[in-house]
Design a protein around this ligand. Structure first.
Ligand SMILES: [Zn+2]
Length: 287
């Protein structure tokens, strides 16, 4: 928090230094542009193949073949979801929330990609539909679908409040992945990573720069839909914060399920699409 008085007086040219205009760290003009028109055209003839219901304060794992679509639906009531994504065949390649934020900004919507970790660093999914795209940024600087939070977890809860709460998103994701891998929770836990906060409305306070949340604008019928660029393993947790209007990491908030639907494209619908290759850097690091 930066509200306390600073220890140092500003220099004479402080105003000039502050007045320097910012530049974008990572101009994305050079990135390959996803062919949203192609994805949407192929989606029109895609057929639903399955659905997965994630109960409140829990998580489920799901597989998405490359070229398929998955949609996260709000059902029954406002609910936030915490999403992890991996390469189905190699869990070392996983969603890189920090770099996705650096490339696309604090909150994601249509045509933004989900980027994977080093050394792969390639788009592993692309957002193709977002019924909350109307929200934009509100007067508090809040928006939806952030990549600035991490996930609620029992360690931070223990630091701040004490006790042992077992249904934070981190634990929900850990249990679901351990069940999928048929391994102890402690072996699955290192695979859990920073999330995309689906439907969550967040920002940073303007005075102290602190991470804030507010009631999600999501309502039943809203959805966020992705195109899988590679074979994916996903895990989605229904946050114990519910719509995240008051608190998380407890059984206090009203929680609802989330529904994941999978859609398969028809043959030839994606013949002009190919899977993105892994990153081209040669990995010699100047050695
Ligand atoms: Zn959570």
């Amino acid at each position: 928090m930066k509200l306390k008085l600073p220890d140092h007086r500003p220099p004479r040219d402080a105003a000039q230094r502050r007045a320097v205009a910012p530049v974008i760290c990572y101009p994305v003009d050079g990135l390959p542009v996803p062919n949203i028109a192609l994805y949407r055209a192929a989606r029109k003839t895609a057929r639903k193949i399955t659905e997965v219901l994630v109960p409140p304060r829990d998580a489920k794992v799901f597989q998405v073949p490359a070229g398929h679509y998955f949609r996260i639906n709000s059902v029954e009531g406002p609910q936030v979801g915490d999403l992890n994504l991996w390469n189905l065949h190699d869990l070392h390649e996983r969603f890189y929330s920090g770099k996705t934020r650096a490339l696309h900004g604090t909150h994601l919507s249509v045509s933004d990609r989900i980027w994977s970790s080093h050394p792969y660093l390639r788009p592993i999914a692309t957002i193709v539909e977002d019924t909350l795209d109307w929200y934009g940024f509100d007067e508090f600087g809040g928006s939806v679908h952030d990549v600035i939070g991490t996930r609620c977890d029992p360690y931070t809860h223990n630091l701040l409040v004490g006790g042992h709460y077992h249904h934070c998103c981190h634990s929900n994701l850990t249990r679901a992945l351990a069940d999928y891998l048929d391994c102890p929770a402690c072996d699955a836990e290192p695979h859990i990573h920073d999330v995309l906060n689906v439907f969550m409305c967040t920002g940073f306070t303007r005075d102290t720069g602190q991470y804030f949340m507010k009631a999600s604008p999501v309502r039943p019928g809203d959805y966020l839909e992705f195109f899988a660029e590679i074979d994916l393993l996903g895990a989605l947790s229904t946050c114990p914060g519910g719509d995240c209007s008051s608190e998380h990491s407890s059984d206090t908030a009203t929680c609802h399920p989330l529904m994941i639907e999978l859609f398969a494209p028809t043959e030839n619908a994606l013949r002009d699409w190919s899977q993105p290759p892994v990153n081209g850097y040669d990995r010699t690091h100047g050695v």
